[in-house]
Design a protein around this ligand. Structure first.
Ligand code: GLN
Length: 309
C-alpha cells in the first residue's frame, strides 16, 4: 500500500476541506432544539497517524455533540465487562434500516440487529447500567483517558432535550423489555443512553480517542493497551458493516473503511495500521450522515489509497 508522506497530507486536507465547504446539501439535525441551533457552516477534518502526528483543517478543536459515535465507547466498555455473553443479547448483523428503526425488533424477539443502531446501543446501555454502580462515570473516565483530556463532558442541555423528545427510543427500550432483553429500569437505561449521546468532543479528540482501533488495540499516543487486537478487529468489523446505518454498504463501496457517524455531523473512520480520519460538519443527508463529512473522508481515502478492500 502506497501512502502519501505527511507533508503532502497538510495540503491534501486543505484542498479537501475547502471543496467540502462549498457543498450546500443536507439539513442539520432538528429533532431537538439544542442540535437544530448549531451553525451549519462549521466544518472540520483531522487525520491522526500512528506515528503520533495530528493534522487538521477547519474547526477541529470545536466541541460538538458526538451522538451515535458514543455507541463505540459504550460497546467497548460492555465488551470488556461481559465478554462474549453480550452476543446472546445483541446480534452482529447489518440492519439495512434507519438507525432508529423498530420493525426488526419485534420480528427478532427484542434482540437488536447490532450495537451501532439505537436499539443495540440502548441494549448496551442496559448492560452498563446493570454492571456498574455509576455507568456514566465509567464511560466518562474511559473517554477522558482515551482522549487524554480531562475536560470531556456531556452537554446537559442536549441530554435534557433528548430525554424530553425520546419517545421513539423509549419505544425501542420498552419493546426489548417486553421480550425480557432489558434487565434494569428502562428510565435509567434511557437516561444513560441519552447522556452518552450528549458527550461533546472535537475531531482531534475523537481521532486521538479511537486511534487504538487502527493500532491493533494499543493507543499510539499513550502506548497503553486499550483492547486486545481481536476486540479492536471486532469493533472495526461492526463499524464496517453497520457504523453508517443503512448507508454502510454505500460507504464500504465508495470509501472502504470502518466508520461510525452521529447525527451531530461527526464521522470517525479507521484506517487499520495507518490512523484515523475524523470529520465533522452538521448538515446531514437523509440517512443521518454528514454530507461534507462523508465527502471529505471519501476524498482523503481515495487519494491516499486507504480502502481496506
Ligand atoms: N440521540 C440520537 C437518537 O437517539 C442519536 C442517533 C444518531 O446519532 N444517529 O436518535
Amino acid at each position: 500500500q502506497q501512502i502519501n508522506a505527511p507533508d503532502n497530507l497538510e495540503s491534501l486536507l486543505k484542498r479537501v476541506h475547502e471543496q467540502a465547504q462549498k457543498l450546500s446539501e443536507g439539513v442539520v439535525a432538528n429533532y431537538i432544539p439544542a442540535l437544530a441551533e448549531v451553525n451549519p457552516d462549521q466544518c472540520a477534518l483531522t487525520v491522526a497517524t500512528l506515528d503520533g502526528q495530528i493534522t487538521s483543517q477547519g474547526d477541529s478543536q470545536t466541541q460538538f455533540s458526538i451522538q451515535s459515535i458514543s455507541k463505540v465507547f459504550g460497546l467497548m466498555l460492555a465488551m470488556e465487562r461481559v465478554g462474549d455473553d453480550l452476543w446472546q443479547r445483541v446480534q452482529m448483523e447489518p440492519s439495512g434500516q434507519p438507525f432508529n428503526s423498530i420493525v426488526q425488533l419485534e420480528w427478532e424477539k427484542g434482540i437488536p440487529r447490532n450495537p451501532m443502531i439505537n436499539a443495540g446501543a440502548i441494549l448496551v446501555s442496559d448492560v452498563l447500567v446493570s454492571h456498574y454502580s455509576a455507568s456514566k462515570s465509567a464511560v466518562l473516565s474511559m473517554v477522558r483517558n482515551l482522549c487524554g483530556d480531562d475536560h470531556v463532558q456531556a452537554d446537559n442541555r442536549v441530554h435534557q432535550s433528548e430525554l424530553e423528545h425520546g419517545s421513539r427510543n423509549s419505544a425501542l427500550a420498552y419493546l426489548m423489555k417486553s421480550f425480557g432483553n432489558i434487565e434494569a429500569d428502562v428510565t435509567e437505561v434511557l437516561d444513560h443512553y441519552f447522556w452518552q449521546c450528549s458527550l461533546t468532543m472535537s475531531t482531534e479528540g475523537l481521532a486521538r480517542s479511537l486511534a487504538f482501533l487502527a493500532n491493533r488495540g494499543t493507543c499510539p499516543f499513550s502506548g497503553k493497551r486499550i483492547t486486545s487486537h481481536r476486540e479492536a478487529q471486532r469493533i472495526n468489523a461492526l463499524m464496517s458493516t453497520s457504523g453508517m446505518y443503512d448507508q454502510s454498504g454505500h460507504f464500504a463501496f465508495t470509501v472502504g473503511l470502518p466508520a461510525k457517524s452521529g447525527v451531530g455531523g461527526g464521522i470517525v473512520a479507521i484506517v487499520p495500521d495507518y490512523g484515523v480520519i475524523a470529520a465533522w460538519s452538521p448538515p446531514l443527508n437523509s440517512y443521518g450522515n454528514s454530507v461534507r463529512g462523508m465527502e471529505m473522508i471519501r476524498k482523503v481515502a481515495t487519494e491516499l489509497g486507504l480502502s481496506v478492500y
